[in-house]
Write a protein that binds this ligand. Structure first.
Ligand code: FES
Length: 294
């Protein structure tokens, strides 16, 4: 364990902690942007800077040491954080009102937190094509701030690794290899990149308009099918405890929205089990090839 001082407060933490972790343990908030828990840290955005010995250091990667003195909110720190975010905003598309991430955007939240009320810098805007090839993810590199969160979660958490940094300087972007589209690579459409993206650069494709169009089409019988994970995951979005089952509420809501039928995916799973059992018995009785794969 080591003891350091953060904003005049003594805090004792394990020796392998970062300054950010020590500040968290002391209940002191440091804003972050590229920091993502449980993956490798790159310290690339510099939003989390703090003052240590008169110098600015990225707290998310800077290790603690005995007797260290950290200041998290000096004029130098605040000015540095503001300038960093202002520079990120300088070439960011000003589309907040129509962006899918509006009010759920880390960059927007930071600009608010750092009280940025005017655009001091006007940077050259990128003009990358939008990749809407995937059935589930839409990628807009123009909104990317190159934090690398999607790159790390795709390779380190999901073990897929279809995204990485390409090119340099103002040409730099996060992309599948060789300028391919997401639909042309081994993306498994898990959505983890979109869930960690702090801006609207990677978002889950919205089908809301198509769904309502179908619901209000008198010629159509519209069926919702609920996958097993959703009945638990959706509750958090509506303020339920993580892991709480929201099946009843979900079925009621879907019916109220106008779906004609609501099915549980496991209904089909049950049918599959029956079919497989029949096939398996048949194979055993006839001495056919085994094993049988589902
Ligand atoms: Fe620490 Fe980005 S959050 S450098």
């Amino acid at each position: 364990m080591v003891t350091l001082t953060i904003d005049g407060q003594k805090v004792t933490v394990p020796a392998n902690s970062t300054v950010l972790e020590a500040a968290e343990a002391a209940g002191i908030h440091i804003p972050t942007l590229c920091y993502l828990k449980d993956v490798s840290q790159t310290g690339s955005c510099r939003v989390c800077v703090v003052e240590i010995g008169g110098r600015l250091q990225a707290s998310c990667v800077f290790p603690v040491s005995e007797g260290m003195e950290v200041k998290t909110n000096t004029p130098l720190v605040r000015e540095s954080r503001r300038t960093t975010v202002e520079l990120l905003l300088s070439n960011h598309p000003q589309e907040c009102l129509t962006c899918l991430r509006n009010q759920n955007c880390e960059l927007q939240r930071l600009a608010q937190e750092l009280n940025i009320r005017e655009m001091r810098f006007e940077g050259a805007r990128s003009d990358f094509p939008i990749d809407a090839s995937s059935p589930s993810i839409v990628r807009d590199p123009n909104k990317c701030i190159l934090c690398g969160d999607c790159v790390r979660v795709c390779s380190e958490v999901q073990g897929i690794g279809v995204l990485d940094f390409v090119n340099r300087g103002s040409e730099a972007e996060v992309s599948p290899a060789f300028g391919k589209k997401l639909a042309e690579v081994d993306c498994v459409n898990c959505g983890q990149c979109a869930s960690v993206c702090p801006t609207g650069a990677l978002v889950v494709r919205s089908e809301i308009q198509d769904v309502f169009k179908a619901i209000y089409d008198p010629e159509k019988v519209v069926v919702a099918q609920i996958a097993p994970a959703v009945r638990v995951a959706i509750g958090e979005e509506f303020g339920l405890k993580p892991g709480e089952v929201a099946m009843g509420q979900m079925v009621a809501s879907l019916k109220k929205m106008g779906f004609n039928k609501v099915y549980d995916t496991s209904f089909a799973a049950d049918l599959t089990v029956l079919e497989e059992t029949h096939e398996f018995l048949e194979r055993v009785q006839k001495g056919e090839r085994l094993p049988q794969f589902t």
